[in-house]
Design a protein around this ligand. Structure first.
Ligand SMILES: [Ca+2]
Ligand SMILES: [Ca+2]
Ligand SMILES: [Ca+2]
Length: 180
């Protein structure tokens, strides 16, 4: 059984994927998010980025759909989503390819300078673009980076796994997808 604590975290991520707020995750959400992400930094849609993002998010969607859409209605419901992550939490070392891709993609979106680690400035800018208050984002970065000043790819993978698996309410990783 999935604990209420983990369920709440899975639903936090569910909401970030449910771009149109329809209460289910479907292909359209990914098409919308690729466009929004390509728009975020510049104000208008960067066509090259849009293409690249769309390609990646549709791969992620294909993986999610084939794993989680158990009633084959083309949508992933909150229950289907929670079951998927509960399965991951039981055995995180055998993550699916789409989960690895999603982790990598999340990292790349934050490492805007593309130098292999996320610094405070990159982190705060990205979270601000997602609607988080600047001071809260800076505070979250301090906790996630454990005062080290940057989050490497290895650190990020650890945080990412911990987010989906930990039952510890005090674990900094719980704040990874916190956008409110
Ligand atoms: Ca939706
Ligand atoms: Ca379904
Ligand atoms: Ca960087």
């Amino acid at each position: 059984m999935v604990s209420e604590f983990r369920k709440k975290k899975y639903l936090e991520v569910f909401n970030t994927f449910d771009t149109d707020g329809s209460g289910t995750i479907e292909k359209k959400d990914f098409e919308m998010s690729a466009e929004m992400l390509a728009k975020c930094m510049s104000g208008k849609v960067d066509e090259a980025k849009h293409k690249e993002y769309l390609n990646t998010v549709l791969k992620i969607w294909d993986g999610i759909q084939s794993q989680a859409d158990s009633n084959k209605d083309g949508k992933v419901s909150a229950d289907e989503w929670v079951a998927l992550w509960d399965a991951y939490a039981k055995n995180p070392s055998s993550a699916h390819d789409w989960q690895k891709l999603y982790c990598k993609f999340s990292f790349q979106l934050l490492d805007t300078g593309n130098d292999g680690s996320i610094n405070s400035e990159e982190f705060v800018k990205a979270y601000e673009a997602w609607g988080v208050n600047k001071n809260d984002a800076a505070d979250t970065f301090q906790k996630l980076s454990k005062g080290k000043g940057s989050i490497s790819w290895a650190d990020f993978q650890e945080l990412w796994e911990e987010y989906f698996t930990t039952e510890d309410a005090n674990a900094p990783a719980n704040m990874l997808f916190c956008t409110s």
